[in-house]
Design a binder for this molecule. Structure first.
Ligand code: C2E
Ligand code: MG
Ligand code: MG
Ligand code: MG
Length: 291
């Protein structure tokens, strides 16, 4: 963290905290211009179907190319946007851009679903339903192609409002997924009440599944929970062939992670998807071991 302070930062006792504050203050100051200056862009990470042996979907992941600080990750600037009211225009931009970029892929005849991460603040603002509808209409993309990825933090403050709007989006045909499932508080109670189609199992679950029976038992429980509730389970953060083999053995049907595909710029997507699809059909790749 001290290195991240860079030049020009005051160096004294407690410099790490100071550097972090300086950076945060700067990012918060520059964020309002980031949208209008076109400094944001989206990358897309593939989601793979084990049985289908192909790329079924993509997740849109936002990046900020700061002119002086370089690439800034969403975990760093999304909370800043949530603090100062920029999150709704930012999410509108994400929805518009992601659906437009999806439309290009659909026009190529590709059968894909797009996941977009939704901020709790956007849901609470009451404008998520019209914003999603407008983006879909403008891009000419059917609602069933869009998956809205929400986290449980969404429901802690205003369960009714958020739940009602999610139900409306679900009724419109959007797919609803519960992201980072298993991180933080228990989400079980929400699953009974909310229109959840997909669980994205947090990558924390994958630590140790290759050789630790207790870790494997937890993953199996999540997969079994999904099966009983007719909710698809996606394993997030698959990094090693060992994790992939363990997930396959436990019956996990949907996979996402650096092992399968990195977040990718839109211009590279057709080639990346085609190459991954070809690999997945190839009987020699580890995905097919055990089938
Ligand atoms: P997420 O929705 O859980 O997205 C998955 C994150 O895990 C992404 O990080 C992705 O790059 C990373 N990842 C994927 N595969 C692997 C892997 O095999 N190993 C590891 N270690 N990481 C992997 P990223 O792009 O930095 O995004 C972080 C979080 O920021 C996302 O977590 C999501 O909560 C949030 N985010 C991203 N884009 C948006 C957005 O447009 N709007 C909102 N509100 N939040 C966003
Ligand atoms: Mg997500
Ligand atoms: Mg996640
Ligand atoms: Mg997340």
């Amino acid at each position: 963290a001290a290195k991240a302070a860079g030049k020009g930062c005051v160096r004294r006792h407690g410099e790490t905290a100071d550097a972090a504050t300086v950076r945060r203050t700067r990012l918060a100051r520059d964020l309002p211009d980031a949208l209008s200056r076109g400094e944001l862009r989206l990358l897309y990470q593939p989601v793979v179907g084990v049985a289908e042996r192909r790329v079924l979907g993509l997740e849109a992941l936002v990046r900020w190319d700061h002119p002086a600080l370089g690439e800034v990750a969403p975990d760093e600037f999304i909370p800043l946007a949530e603090d100062d009211g920029l999150i709704v225009p930012l999410q509108r931009w994400v929805l518009e851009r992601a659906t437009a970029e999806l439309a290009v892929l659909l026009e190529q005849g590709r059968d894909l679903q797009l996941g977009v991460n939704i901020s709790a603040r956007h849901l609470q603002s009451g404008s998520l339903v019209p914003d999603v509808s407008a983006a879909l209409a403008r891009a000419g993309v059917p609602a069933r192609r869009l998956m809205l990825e929400v986290t449980e933090s969404l429901f802690i403050s205003e369960p009714d409002r958020g739940g009602g709007d999610l139900q409306t989006l679900h009724d419109l045909g959007c797919v609803i997924s519960l992201d980072d499932f298993g991180r933080g508080y228990s989400t079980f109670a929400y699953l009974a009440r909310l229109p959840v189609d997909v669980l994205k199992m947090d990558r924390e679950f994958l630590a140790g599944i290759e050789d630790d029976e207790r870790s494997a038992a937890l993953v199996l429980s999540v997969i079994e929970l999904g099966r009983r509730l007719a909710i698809d389970v996606v394993a997030e953060g698959v990094e090693t062939p060992g994790q992939l083999a363990a997930l396959r053995a436990l019956g996990c049907r949907y996979l996402q992670g650096f092992l399968l595909g990195r977040p990718t710029a839109p211009a590279d997507l057709p080639a990346v998807i085609d190459a991954l699809d070809a690999d997945l059909l190839d009987a020699a790749v580890p995905l097919t071991v055990g089938t």
